[in-house]
Design a protein around this ligand. Structure first.
Ligand code: NDP
Ligand code: AKG
Length: 475
């Protein structure tokens, strides 16, 4: 059984998480130790003890460790990419791409260790100097989702360590293998005992302990429902917190769009990675003049996509991650058609020899923005089309959502693209690009119900993982 990493030791548990391949349920990836409450408390105590010495390391020491971890991740991209695709179900090219992203993130934050700086100002009073510096929070709890099993842990763990914090990390139960591999790499890269702890286990048990332990910070990505629980618990226990929680992202297609480009952006954004991205384009907002041609071209393109085993290089779309998510996706197709939407393509459970969780990508037309299919996050290969009159209506509909992560537009008009960029009520805007697929060195995050707290990624990550100190010194 793959063990948890607590205080620099591999620790077994009484119970196991059995990790199965969603492409082929007969393929068991491994058994992973499911930590209990006491083991989670042990990990927190170890992190508390290790945090001050880690905060006092030199930037060079932290650089060396994070850089070594990044190099190993990059060197093992094929092996780790296969492992990731086996446990989560995204196709191999996407799995390997995600591993490369994780390696680059560690390299980037290794560099950030060396680039930390403060500010010196003269006081408004004579003879006084003001120094503004950043300090680590202390111990940070990290709770990750299943849809990016190595990149999301990387973009939380790397800045936490780079800025001098100790970490207790809980991965999603359904994808422990990539997290275990990452913990093993960090351990061998030289992270001191207790500075990085891995506690695999359920949200109800391990997650609950982390939320109520009064940690210095909690960084969470996952559903809105759980995010609300995280927020309430952190307010109670006094932990600083940061939440990333999904989207209902619009891709606007205007009459003047390059049709081929718009279709490729929509196919990529809505269906690649099986639509299991918080940045997925689940609402396609299309103006009347291009609507019919767009829908026809989408259906033609969808017919060329092969749904299949994630490790089969001819597959374009892998399985859904598990039975619960598959049922949720199929239910939403039913909800949309019951509300009056028309199923233009797909939306069916696909039977497979190996019993994987396969469904055909669904395109639903004739929808309006108040339908549940356009208000609630599905998190699967399901997209709906909303027909609108013109740019102004498209923008209004794009912004009319409880979420605000990404907003995209396809147009050849610089003027309308600029208007959209300025007026979109979202944390990220994409012009003539899919809504999904972001860089690792720039801020990531949204507005309204999508996010709470400082942005993740790039140097903006320092806003969450550090606290600012202002010192007044009489000269
Ligand atoms: N925005 C995004 O990036 C993501 C959004 N989602 C959305 O969430 C839906 C459900 O996915 P799911 O994985 O169940 O998401 P959850 O929000 O339930 O899980 C995310 C993480 O939180 C943990 N967790 C769950 N309950 C608690 C709790 N009470 N206290 C502390 N931690 C907890 C989970 O642990 P455990 O795995 O053990 O349950 C997991 O590590 C999806 O259908 C999708 O709509 C999901 C993933 C990512
Ligand atoms: O689209 C991306 O590259 C990132 C998506 C993401 O972070 C998520 O789905 O949680």
């Amino acid at each position: 059984m793959f063990a948890n990493l607590i205080n620099g030791e591999w620790v077994q548990s009484a119970h196991a998480i059995v990790n199965r391949n969603p492409s082929d349920l007969s393929d068991v990836i491994g058994e992973y130790a499911s930590a209990d409450r006491q083991q989670t408390l042990d990990a927190i105590a170890a992190a508390r003890q290790a945090a001050p010495a880690w905060a006092a390391t030199t930037p060079q020491q932290r650089f060396d460790i994070l850089d070594r971890a990044g190099s190993e991740i990059l060197a093992r991209k094929e092996e780790l990419g296969r492992l990731l695709s086996r446990e989560e179900g995204k196709i191999l090219a996407e799995g390997m791409g995600e591993v490369v992203r994780a390696g680059n993130i560690f390299k980037y934050f290794a560099g950030e260790c060396l680039r930390q700086h403060g500010e010196v100002l003269d006081s408004v009073r004579p003879g006084i100097e003001v120094n503004i510096t950043r300090e680590p929070l202390g111990v940070v709890g990290i709770i990750a989702p299943w849809n990016f099993p190595i990149a999301i842990p990387a973009w939380k763990i790397a800045p936490a360590l780079a800025y001098g914090n100790a970490v207790v990390f809980k991965p999603a139960s359904v994808v422990p293998a990539s997290s275990w591999a990452l913990a093993d790499i960090l351990h061998r890269a030289g992270v001191p005992a207790g500075v990085f702890n891995l506690v695999m286990g359920s949200g109800r048990e391990v997650g609950d302990v982390l939320l109520n332990a009064g940690l210095d910070g909690i960084s969470f990505t996952g559903s809105q429902d759980t995010g609300k629980k995280v927020a309430a618990a952190c307010l109670g226990s006094g932990s600083k917190f940061q939440l990333e929680m999904g989207g209902k992202n619009p891709l606007v297609v205007l009459d003047d769009a390059d049709l081929k480009l718009a279709v490729e952006a929509a196919i990529n954004g809505a269906y690649f990675s099986t639509g299991q991205r918080c940045t997925a384009s689940s609402r396609l907002v299309v103006t009347a003049g291009i609507h019919d041609a767009f829908v026809e071209a989408m259906v033609s393109r969808l017919k060329t996509l092969k749904v299949g085993h994630a490790l089969d290089i001819s597959s374009h779309i892998g399985p859904v991650v598990d039975a619960g998510q598959l049922q949720q996706d199929l239910d939403y197709v039913g909800i949309a058609t019951a509300e009056g939407g028309l199923l233009a393509y797909g939306g069916e459970r696909l039977q497979a020899e190996k019993d994987g969780y396969y469904m055909s990508p669904a395109l639903i037309t004739g929808t309006h923005n108040q339908m549940r299919i356009n208000r609630e996050e599905v998190f699967g290969p399901v997209a709906s089309v909303i027909k609108v009159a013109d740019f102004e209506e498209a923008l209004t509909i794009a912004n009319d959502t409880p979420f605000g992560l990404v907003s995209g537009i396809c147009t050849q008009s610089l003027k309308l693209a600029t208007q959209f960029r300025r007026r979109a009520a979202a944390g990220m805007v994409m012009v003539n690009l899919p809504t999904a697929g972001v860089d690792y060195h720039v801020p990531f995050g949204g507005r309204k119900g999508s996010s709470y707290g400082p942005r993740e990624q790039g140097r903006y990550a320092a806003e969450f993982y550090t606290t600012v100190k202002t010192a007044y010194v009489a000269a």
